[in-house]
Design a protein around this ligand. Structure first.
Ligand code: NAD
Length: 424
């Protein structure tokens, strides 16, 4: 069969996702039915959301929710507020959530949401109106047993709290905190959730360094993106002895060969909203950061920053993908040929969804864990997943990325088979 072909040159994130899916499908010898079902999303919801802005104008925002798969359980995935959000991006992010939940053995399918907007230029009141209207538009999709959102780029615990509040109004005033994760603690959030993704980046990075025979204290690291994932990853890696020599955000980056003081940088961003104007080093561009002479590179911002155009110039020995989809599929072979080890997004940044799962479990049980319990459960779960991926890579003599896709897709395809012929 197979009329659907592997794309050679891809920049579109959905094509990047599919290129890796076909590779893993071939390694797994996946049947035709599973290929057809898993290569497309199950459902796509699009809403045009009118909002009265603070100046009285009405703007109409485009909002999406893509449910890629519910074979393993209710669909799970963040909501992104960013100007470049489009359907193909959200479709790719939803599929990555499916494979990610499969890789780390969570009882969840994959979904993702997004609104095309510029959150940094909107007031809190405008963001609240937009979030509430999006929740109303997606009310029939969201639910603790059907589809559970979380934060992603441009959204945060406050946005999740507005979703809980609006969802409560739509559901007979019932408090249903398990409808979203990544909430503030006072609204049923989990200890350890804000740092969880960065912690997973740090943990999978250290496990890989040890397999590579590299000592953390001998390593320098550059981190692109200094938001939730990048800032915690950078700080936690520095606590483990790595020297963070470069960081960046959407305004550009900083390089300091002596090491950037993490505590000061994080404090500055808390006070000023970004790294703009922070002076602890020389100015560099985001593009320059990627090709610095460092041991470890952590892309933790947006998709497609490592492409066929710059992959050959990357000098890091290890890339830990904090962001979703930072490497275009076209760059995989170039990195592999150079012997650069890549901890793929669907494993490296899975710490967030693991602790989101713990948050959902705690909400449903009404019993809350200490931060130590959350961290140690999350560390164990991501370590087990890492070992399974690492062993799969060794057995098949394939990259960690291919192995992670194999592990994730295998689990999802098995569940799909168990659902039977009439799955819909
Ligand atoms: P965030 O909004 O908290 O931070 C994003 C950071 O990236 C900011 O510092 C921003 O200035 C910077 N940035 C934006 N565009 C950039 C560009 N073009 N070049 C360089 N920097 C840029 O977002 P986040 O939650 O940290 O998410 C970052 C990435 O991690 C995304 O790919 C997201 O999907 C992924 N991720 C997030 C989580 C989570 O729990 N938050 C979990 C898994 C994966």
């Amino acid at each position: 069969m197979q009329e659907l072909k592997v794309q050679e040159t891809v920049a579109n994130p959905y094509e990047s996702m599919l290129a890796r899916f076909w590779q893993a499908a071939d390694i797994l010898n996946l049947n035709d039915r599973a290929r057809r079902i898993l290569s497309v999303p199950e459902r796509i919801f699009i809403a045009y959301i009118p909002i009265v802005m603070d100046d009285g104008r009405t703007e109409v925002f485009e909002g999406y929710r893509v449910v890629h798969s519910r074979a393993l359980g209710p669909s799970k995935g963040g909501i992104r507020y960013a100007p470049q959000v489009d359907l193909d991006e959200v479709k790719a992010l939803a599929a990555w959530m499916t494979w990610k939940c499969g890789v780390v053995s969570l009882p969840y399918g994959g979904a993702k949401g997004g609104i095309k907007c510029e959150p940094y230029n909107m007031s809190a009141a405008e963001l609240e109106r937009l979030t509430r209207a999006y929740t109303v538009a997606m009310a029939e999709v969201f639910g603790p047993d059907t589809d559970i959102p979380a934060p992603d780029m441009g959204t945060n615990p406050q946005v999740m709290a507005w979703i809980v509040d609006e969802y409560q109004k739509l559901n007979g005033k019932k408090f249903i905190p398990a409808v979203v994760t990544g909430k503030p603690l006072e609204m049923g959030g989990s200890l350890g959730r804000v740092a969880a993704t960065g912690r997973g980046v740090m943990h999978t990075g250290l496990l890989t360094l040890s397999k590579m025979g590299l000592k953390p204290s001998d390593c320098t690291v550059a981190v692109q993106g200094f938001g939730n994932v990048g800032s915690y990853a950078a700080e936690l890696l520095s606590h483990k002895g790595l020297k963070v020599v470069a960081i960046s955000d959407r305004f550009g980056g900083l390089y300091n060969e002596k090491g950037i003081r993490m505590g000061d940088a994080i404090k500055y961003v808390k006070e000023h909203g970004s790294l703009e104007g922070y002076k602890d080093g020389d100015k560099i561009t985001n593009e320059e950061l990627l090709t610095l002479n460092v041991d470890v590179l952590v892309p933790a911002a947006v998709e497609n920053v490592i492409t066929a155009a710059n992959a050959a110039n990357i000098k890091a020995k290890l890339i830990i993908e904090g962001a979703n989809g930072p490497t275009a599929a076209e760059a995989d072979a170039i990195l592999e040929d150079k012997g650069i080890v890549v901890v793929p997004d669907i494993l490296a940044n899975a710490g967030g969804v693991i602790v989101s799962y713990f948050e959902w479990v705690q909400n449903r049980r009404g019993h809350y864990y200490t931060e130590e319990e959350v961290n140690s459960r999350a560390d164990n779960q991501i370590e087990r997943a890492f070992m399974e991926v690492y062993d799969t890579a060794q057995i098949h003599k394939i990259s960690l990325r291919k192995a992670a896709y194999v592990v994730g897709i295998r689990r999802v395809a098995t569940a799909l088979q168990l659902h039977g012929k009439y799955y819909s």
